[in-house]
Design a protein around this ligand. Structure first.
Ligand code: NAD
Length: 374
């Protein structure tokens, strides 16, 4: 039964949801989205979602109904029936609906400020680059791309076109996550010693793209392990120095013909901080545990859609519960409207750093050697 849980139902069963910074991470302010929308008189940014799958439908579109400074202005889909359904539901005019072939005509559409790519991982580079060439700012889902080279091409395309590029690292804006980042960086419990970060779920449909290496780039590491990598980076504010890693056993050879079933890894971080990570498509697990000289911090759930729960050695954390996608989009658009830039901690360069680290984890698990990252 649990075997057949889809990713979505797993997340719903947890009663939470899933997502994550780096050396240049400036802790952003909490943008809490109230249940009823406050009055907003300023400019609203029009967002077009590319790919109307589960994340676009159940999270981003729902979030965009709660935001004040941006709205769902357009859609890009290969399925005409979905186009009809979304046009009706979200009052989207036909002129703002594209398919994958005529997508480039979005260049002429003044309603669309930001194109948000929510396609399977292998399709991110093509659509980010086409959006950039159309002169649109681009948000891209995680992982930014399956390879380091593709991330570099996407960054170059956006730079050449003079458009912003951001990765949908929603945990960067989430209050419990930000509080743990603050406490870690400010050494509230002293120097950090050890971080354990785990994220896995029991994957459903054996035919889905997430189990095909050509589309997903890999298995759970690309999909949810990336949250653990991000957490290590945003909590410490540092970059890992080296990594060792081990693939777990394959217990379901039919499902895991192409991608890993699970992988564990160990990072050496500066200041003698050790980080252990684990990700799996066969194990329901989700936690971020940080121990320091004078106490600990613990988030569990730590990465799903919420509510995130947290406690420290001094007691439970009580913080606002936000809709992750609304909270993220409101914050990104606020910064863009004020500065003409997306927050730097979600930049394409951040996505590229993660891609390098994910690739090193696969290399280390493959050859059993310690891979240096600097
Ligand atoms: P999904 O399978 O539910 O949706 C994928 C969409 O792409 C579908 O609408 C499908 O029709 C379309 N598509 C177009 N060409 C396709 C092809 N050749 N094969 C398969 N689908 C094709 O996937 P999803 O869960 O919505 O994930 C989409 C992206 O969003 C992924 O990059 C994923 O990592 C990311 N994601 C992020 C979060 C988060 O919390 N930030 C959560 C879930 C997914």
């Amino acid at each position: 039964m649990a075997e057949n849980l889809s990713r979505r139902s797993f997340i719903q069963n947890l009663g939470v949801g899933i997502g994550t910074t780096a050396a240049a991470f400036a802790i952003p302010s909490i943008v809490s989205i109230p249940e009823s929308k406050p009055k907003y008189e300023g400019r609203k940014l029009g967002i077009a979602l590319v790919g109307l799958g589960s994340y676009a439908k159940n999270q981003l579109a729902v979030g965009l109904e709660k935001t004040t400074n941006c709205y769902l202005a357009g859609i890009v889909t290969g399925t005409p029936a979905k186009a009809e359904e979304w046009m009706k539901k979200y009052n989207i005019p036909k002129k703002n609906v594209y398919n994958y072939q005529n997508f480039d005509q979005i260049a002429d559409n003044k309603d669309i400020d930001i194109v948000y790519v929510v396609l399977p991982n292998s399709m991110h580079p093509e659509f980010v680059i086409r959006a950039a060439k159309a002169g649109k700012h681009v948000m891209c889902e995680k992982p930014m791309a399956n390879t380091v080279e593709e991330c570099q091409e996407m960054i170059k395309a956006c730079k050449d076109a003079g458009v912003q590029l951001g990765v949908g690292y929603r945990m960067h804006f989430e209050p419990f996550t930000k509080e743990v980042i603050r406490m870690s960086r400010e050494k509230v419990f002293g120097d950090l010693r050890f971080i354990q970060s785990n994220f896995g779920f029991r994957i459903g449909d054996p035919t889905q793209w997430r189990l095909k290496k050509a589309m997903a780039g890999g298995g759970p590491l690309m999909d949810v392990g990336i949250y653990c990598v991000q957490a290590a980076r945003y909590v410490t504010g540092k970059e890992p120095l080296a990594v060792t890693a081990q693939f777990g056993p394959i217990t379901d050879p039919e499902r895991f013909k192409d991608v890993e079933e699970s992988v564990s890894w160990q990072f050496d971080f500066p200041d003698a901080v050790t980080v252990n990570g684990f990700t799996s498509y066969k194990t329901n697990i989700e936690q971020l545990f940080i121990t320091a000289d004078k106490g600990f911090m613990h988030l569990s759930p730590a990465y799903s859609y919420g509510p995130i729960k947290g406690r420290t050695s001094q007691g439970d954390l009580h913080l606002p519960v936000v809709h992750h996608q609304a909270n993220m989009l409101e914050a990104i658009c606020k910064e863009f409207l004020e500065t003409k830039q997306f927050p730097p901690h979600i930049s394409g360069e951040e996505g590229l750093k993660d891609a390098r680290i994910l690739s090193a984890i696969y290399e280390a698990a493959g050859n059993g050697k310690k891979i240096k990252l600097v």
